[in-house]
Design a protein around this ligand. Structure first.
Ligand code: HMG
Ligand code: MG
Length: 303
């Protein structure tokens, strides 16, 4: 089995994980979570989103998170930005990496960011241009790459069209989101094969939610094709507020357990990662959604 020797983990827990929490997580806890993940050796910690606080109240304090975290040298702290208003706020709070987030499904795009795919790309273009001119790295996301909660099946061609556009804007990497976790390994490989005709696999990320328990096997399938960037969420936190029923991203602990077992280097320390999992699970009063977390920390962690 041909696999990468090194995988870069992007822990999106503080953003993708917490954005869906109904009770507001205190600012100090967000800061501590970001810092604990970086301390565990996670090379990229997605720290928040500069989106409308009316749409996603949980992310309203991202500027404070960005201003108050103690940054670890070499670690990236990307944030989501949907438009120039979000970009300017991100830049002003000292962000060094932003992520623009499109979708391969028209209906999801409308529900998530209130505009069509074409309109969203028109809004992202000036963001990418300004960020690159300001020396800020730009990551691109595509949601619904393996299925949409409103439209069902999504074709690889629909993903390719958005990937090309994001690549053309200068995104250094495109993260492919199975937002509702309905994908299976063959479909995941077909989608990667289609996108890889335009963008090499070493510039693609896999962002798989684990709703149907398929995320690990889908990750193994796409790693065999050369994908070596994986988005995860500590404790398997989260879900997307605009994708009903979607559960969290694949848990960082579960992915790390698999990668450690395969001898794939990540630079992440499992014990420190589990401490972060324990911390956020206790803070939100919910047992971790990760298998490794349940075994190592226990289902009664919150009591
Ligand atoms: P809109 O209502 O169409 O925007 O929302 P608007 O331009 O008409 O502005 C309406 C109000 O929002 C105005 O305020 C603006 O100032 C404000 P008001 O005058 O009413 O007081 N506004 C903003 N405020 C703060 N930051 C901004 C901003 N922009 C406008 N950047 C908008 C459009 C995109 C803002 C809205 O739809 C939104 O914020 N959506 C949130 C989307 C989101 O965060 N979704 C979850 C993340 S995506 C995801 O989870 C998928 C992913 O993980 C990959 C995967 O799993 O597939 C990435
Ligand atoms: Mg997501």
């Amino acid at each position: 089995m041909k696999l990468p020797t090194h995988v870069r983990i992007v822990d999106v827990g503080p953003r993708d994980g917490l954005q869906n929490q109904s009770e507001i997580v205190p600012l100090d806890a967000k800061i501590k979570l970001v810092e604990m993940l970086a301390d565990a050796g996670v090379p990229s910690v997605e720290a928040g989103a500069f989106v409308s606080p009316k749409w996603v109240p949980q992310m309203a304090d991202t500027a404070d998170v960005m201003r108050k975290i103690t940054r670890k040298p070499g670690v990236s702290y990307p944030v989501l930005v949907p438009n120039m208003k979000g970009y300017e706020a991100a830049r002003d709070s000292g962000c060094e990496e932003v992520a623009i987030f499109g979708a391969a499904s028209e209906t999801f795009s409308e529900k998530n960011i209130n505009c069509s795919i074409a309109e969203s790309l028109n809004q992202f273009a000036p963001v990418a241009e300004a960020a690159i001119a300001d020396g800020i790295r730009v990551r691109g996301y595509i949601s619904c790459v393996l299925g949409c909660p409103y439209e069902g099946d999504v074709s690889p061609e629909a993903v390719v069209n958005v990937a090309r556009a994001l690549d053309g804007m200068g995104c250094y990497e495109v993260s492919l989101g199975d937002t509702i976790g309905t994908g299976t390994p063959g479909k995941a490989q077909d989608m990667i094969a289609a996108v890889a005709k335009d963008i090499p696999t070493d510039r693609l990320g896999a962002h798989f939610h684990n709703t149907y328990g398929q995320a690990l096997v889908n990750l193994l399938a796409v790693m065999q094709m050369g994908v070596a960037v994986i988005d995860t969420a500590v404790a398997g936190l989260g879900g997307c507020p605009y994708a009903k029923g979607a559960s969290g991203n694949v848990a960082t602990e579960d992915v790390l357990y698999m990668l450690d077992g395969l001898g794939i280097e990540t630079g992440i320390d499992m014990d420190k990662l589990l401490a972060a999992s324990r911390f956020i699970s206790t803070t939100i009063g919910r047992a971790p959604a990760s298998k490794v977390g349940l075994v190592k920390l226990g289902a009664d962690i919150t009591s």
